[in-house]
Design a protein around this ligand. Structure first.
Ligand code: KIV
Ligand code: ZN
Length: 510
């Protein structure tokens, strides 16, 4: 039997630190539920002291998720630890993750502390965390550039104080695989009480080596990997969950350990994170990119048709791809709809929610002949995003002619009252956004506008992501429709709703 590799997902904390990837509480809960369904062992839900929004998001995730351990991040400070402890109070299973920098440059320039002070602060914080849970993780931040002797000293002290997981972060993505692996091995060998803790790798991707460094750590004794869906994260991102999980599973002969992850949930989680954050997945991204399993060259296609394993090392369906198989059509009933969504991991909380989603499905089926899983997921995602709307798109009429001025006539319901406006410019989307904006009192700055097709073909649903900045906060909105001008209007209205509700940006950069 192979040893277990713990998967610690930090999409909701380190992933969210990526500029523009801010998520609302409800969005975090939706992502957390999909991680739970995939059997992620530990979900780092946020940095509780960072903001009221972050604290409440951790609390909400701790309440909603039952099967994964919920972790809250804290600097090695009393007030951080107490806030983290409070945020996970209601979790079925909880963890506090506390960190302090250990590289010379960080201790001197950032903390202004001596190494002795850093050790005692780490010990004090780990001990304080034991008041809230016996599951404590300690990270020497910037370990990738820290002195190994000092790491041995502080980690031994942290384990003695009660740390049960020791995470080795390559905070600035500076490490090289053989070196990171050697450091992991040396720490485990030299620290006298290392057998009392699980060692973990937390790698950033600045040199494109996050996954390689994490795997090298596993080969050298790490039994937890910290990662994010789609590799989301600050700068070049974090270790990608889907890549490490599939590398370890596909090459059991090399790693000799495996995760508990139900990989068939990977694609759905990837799409959810991409749609909520507006961070589009590149087509050639391993495992979850649109081309990851597409064979174009004739010689490859021929080989795969004769014997799949000639060119395929994994099965697309094992990570959630379904070959775009037709799942439902115009005549499918409510039960077929419900049970297909249940297979995709979507459960409805009430009959009303099911009816609403089903009626969206029927409307779509009238416009689009073939309905795929991706369409269903997009529809449900849209239904969930509309739950807390202040403004709603009632109707949109656009006249567009090439080379001419385009005009958009928009009607919105704002707090229940209908208001209409029109605007004209050279582009239909621009005219639509201007018309919508003229009906509200705010003037946010558009940071991102992107369109992608949900399935193949010109009758595909078009998904639009809009990112707005307002008073220093960032708000993402999504919209789907078979008409991309309508998707654009929906996405814009969705983001404006968040601005108007003044959803606090749950962003842990403090
Ligand atoms: O990259 C890093 O050092 C971190 C720590 C908080 C673990 O994210
Ligand atoms: Zn990090």
């Amino acid at each position: 039997m192979s040893e277990k590799l713990i998967i610690f997902d930090t999409t909701l904390r380190d992933g969210e630190q990526s500029p523009g990837a801010s998520m609302t509480k409800d969005e975090k809960v939706r992502i957390a539920k999909s991680l739970e369904k995939m059997k992620v062992d530990v979900i780092e839900a946020g940095f509780a002291i960072a903001s009221k929004g972050d604290f409440e998001a951790v609390q909400a995730v701790a309440k909603a998720v039952k099967d994964s351990t919920i972790c809250s991040l804290a600097r090695a400070l009393d007030k951080d630890i107490d806030r983290a402890g409070e945020s996970i109070k209601n979790a079925n299973s909880s963890r506090i993750h506390t960190f302090i920098a250990t590289s010379d440059i960080h201790m001197k320039m950032k903390l202004g502390m001596t190494p002795d002070e850093v050790v005692s602060q780490a010990v004090r914080s780990v001990k304080r965390a034991t008041k809230f849970t016996d599951n404590i993780e300690f990270s020497p931040e910037d370990a990738g550039r820290s002195d190994t002797d000092f790491l041995c000293r502080i980690i031994e002290a942290a384990i003695n104080a009660g740390a049960t997981t020791i995470n080795i972060p390559d905070t600035v993505g500076y490490s090289i695989p053989f070196q990171f692996g050697n450091t992991m091995k040396e720490l485990i060998e030299r620290i006298p009480n290392s057998d009392k803790a699980i060692f973990s790798a937390h790698c950033h991707n600045d040199l494109g080596l996050a996954v390689s460094n994490s795997l090298s750590a596993v080969l050298n004794g790490a039994r937890q990997i910290e990662c994010t869906i789609n590799g989301l994260g600050e700068r070049a991102g974090n270790t990608s969950l889907e890549e490490v999980v599939m590398a370890v599973r596909t090459r059991q002969d090399v790693f000799g350990c495996d995760t508990n992850i139900d990989a068939t949930g990977i694609l759905a989680a990837s799409r959810l994170v991409s749609s909520i954050t507006g961070f589009v997945v590149q087509p050639n991204k391993a495992i979850v990119g649109a081309n990851a399993f597409a064979h174009e060259a004739g010689i490859h296609q021929d080989g795969v048709l004769k014997h799949r394993e000639t060119y395929e090392i994994m099965k697309a369906e094992d990570v959630g791809w379904n070959n775009n198989s037709l799942v439902l059509g115009k005549h499918s009933g409510r039960n077929a709809f419900k049970s297909r969504l249940s297979e995709l991991g979507v459960e409805f909380e009430s009959d009303e929610a099911l009816n609403d989603a089903f009626s969206r499905f029927k409307t779509l089926a009238d416009k689009k002949h073939d309905i795929f899983d991706e369409d269903l997921q997009a529809l449900v995602s849209e239904a969930q995003t509309e739950l807390t709307e202040i403004i709603r798109l009632v109707s949109l009429k656009v006249s567009a002619e090439s080379g001419k001025v385009n005009t958009a006539n928009v009607t919105l319901s704002i707090n229940g009252d209908e208001h209409s406006a029109s605007a004209s410019t050279s582009g239909a989307v621009d005219a639509t956004f201007n018309a919508v904006l003229s009906l509200v009192d705010i003037d946010p700055k558009l940071q991102l506008y992107s369109v992608s097709n949900v399935t193949q073909g010109t009758d595909s649903l078009g998904e639009v992501n809009v990112r707005l900045e307002h008073e220093g906060k960032v708000f993402n909105g999504q919209g789907v429709d078979t008409d991309i001008i309508t998707s654009s209007a929906k996405a814009y209205v969705h983001a404006l709703n968040k601005v108007m509700a003044n959803v606090e940006r749950a962003h842990p950069q403090i």
